[in-house]
Write a protein that binds this ligand. Structure first.
Ligand SMILES: Cc1cc2nc3c(=O)[nH]c(=O)nc-3n(C[C@H](O)[C@H](O)[C@H](O)COP(=O)(O)OP(=O)(O)OC[C@H]3O[C@@H](n4cnc5c(N)ncnc54)[C@H](O)[C@@H]3O)c2cc1C
Length: 453
């Protein structure tokens, strides 16, 4: 029987719980991470490991900008153990003048928009193409490319009908497993512990008594304060405290395979086709799908935001494709079932932006790894970070499809709430307090994009 007394128990050792423990340990707090499985093995193992500071609202821009600054500090400190790259995000559309997108950039970058957003109407004076992956020399801000010749030159694999590209420059990829590992080492060095076991119940006394249910053992952890960082199971932890959180879980999938034909240039940034489409099925396939009630939706118009990126650096050969079109919430299960049609669906969808991918129609190279996990989200797609309703209980939850990129700032913010350190301006809107702010909630409800990618 495990019986331990700790100052702060963090429930969940995914990247978010680990980051909270890391910043708490750095502030001199005695922490224990309580984990039902292996650290970094649930949602955090499924991440595409992409980051960007592009959001439709300045609060989320601030959160991710802060997080990127913290990740850069770790990259610097560790000699880039977290394999940070920064070729940007390239958001492509066939619309010649996407004023709504440009307006979104202005809103999302707030007071800094004028300094950050650069519009290139001509062939590229002043535009720096993403030749290098080095994050330390990459430009900041956003380049909006409105000239087809410049787009063709910079993104030669894109379909010639692409008329505008929004190139977010403070964006790229990181090795999130390496970041989690680095943080775990630092937590241990600071005296923090990892306790294996599933929190099955929480009782209140002067603090919290966590009832542990582990493989072959039961236990109890006493803590003065707790942090709910249970990812897809965060609502269940809240329920143990008699609280309800406005979060749901939506399953999203990806594929990765070896790009044997070299369809995607290795220097291509993380690229997103923003436009909706009807998937490129042959006429017979389309008719068969349309006649099948379970799959007829695949023959109908689909939303945009299909993504594609080279995986494994400039010398690698693999690519990743994703399309977060699922909107239906589900109960989280440890090993969700994936849609066997997804690989061919996402391949055909992604071929619209990178037509050379058509070479793989009906013959995706083996192995083609189909994987995924839950976007744990609030309706407005903002996380919940800060105090819960129960005194002494805190949370860092609902990090949807951005938990890798936002983990550092979410962990730091959660630690600030716990230690009483000064809070940044975005602390209030990212906590439960936002639901009492009618003006903010109306503003969020009226926004066209929630930043889901
Ligand atoms: C397909 C996909 C692609 C993604 N791509 C990106 C991306 O490119 N960039 C990005 O920034 N983000 C991305 N994300 C999002 C990111 O992966 C998540 O937001 C992040 O991993 C969430 O981390 P977490 O620590 O909150 O949750 P998790 O990693 O799920 O960790 C929660 C932990 O809590 C533990 N736990 C739960 N209940 C209990 C309990 N009762 N007792 C003890 N332990 C418990 C679990 O075992 C688990 O280890 C993606 C997500 C998915 C699904």
């Amino acid at each position: 029987m495990v019986h331990q007394d700790v100052e702060i128990a963090i429930i969940g050792a995914g990247i978010v719980g680990i980051a909270a423990a890391y910043y708490l340990a750095a502030a001199g707090r005695r922490v224990a991470l309580v984990e039902a499985g292996q650290p970094m093995a649930l949602t955090s193992a499924q991440s595409g490991e992409n980051y960007r500071n592009w959001w439709p609202h300045p609060v989320m821009t601030e959160l991710t900008d802060r997080s990127i600054t913290l990740m850069e500090a770790i990259a610097r400190e560790t000699g880039d153990r977290i394999a940070m790259t920064r070729r940007g995000y390239a958001l492509a559309t066939r619309r010649a003048r996407p004023d709504d997108l440009i307006d979104q950039l202005q809103v999302g970058y707030g007071a800094e928009a004028a300094a950050r957003v650069r519009i290139h109407e001509g062939t590229g004076g002043g535009y720096r193409p993403p030749v290098s992956a080095d994050w330390q020399t990459a430009p900041d801000g956003v380049d909006v490319l409105l000239d087809r010749a410049l787009i063709r030159r910079t993104f030669p694999s894109f379909s010639p009908d692409i008329a505008a590209v929004v190139h977010i420059r403070r964006a790229g990829s990181i090795g999130s497993q390496q970041m989690g590992q680095f943080m775990l080492e630092r937590i241990r060095e600071a005296g923090g512990r990892l306790v294996r076991g599933r929190v099955a119940g929480i009782a209140r006394d002067s603090g919290f008594a966590l009832d542990l249910d582990g493989p072959g053992r039961r236990g109890l952890i006493r803590a003065d304060a707790i942090v709910n960082a249970a990812g897809p199971y965060a609502a269940g932890i809240a329920a143990m405290l008699g609280e309800t959180l406005p979060i749901t879980n939506v399953l999203q999938q990806k594929i990765t395979f070896e790009d044997r034909e070299g369809a995607v240039p290795r220097a291509m940034p993380f690229s997103i086709d923003l436009d909706g489409q009807s998937i490129d099925w042959g006429e017979e396939e389309r008719q068969a799908l349309a006649a099948d009630p379970d799959h007829a939706w695949l023959a109908r118009p689909m939303p945009g935001s299909i993504h594609c990126r080279p995986e494994g650096g400039d010398g690698g050969r693999w690519i990743k494709l994703g399309w977060a079109y699922n909107r239906g919430p589900s109960e989280p299960v440890p090993a969700p079932e994936f849609d066997p049609h997804f690989p061919e669906v996402v391949l055909r969808g992604a071929s619209r932006l990178n037509p050379a991918l058509r070479t793989y129609y009906g013959r995706l190279p083996r192995p083609c790894v189909l994987y995924g996990g839950y976007y744990t989200m609030t309706p407005e797609n903002w996380p919940l970070i800060g105090p819960m309703g129960t005194p002494g209980a805190y949370m860092a939850v609902a990090l949807s499809g951005f938990g890798t990129m936002a983990a550092c700032a979410a962990g730091e913010l959660c630690a600030r709430w716990l230690t009483g350190a000064p809070l940044p301006a975005h602390a209030g809107p990212l906590g439960l307090a936002r639901y009492a702010d009618r003006a903010l909630m109306d503003e969020l409800a009226s926004m066209e994009s929630k930043g889901v990618l």
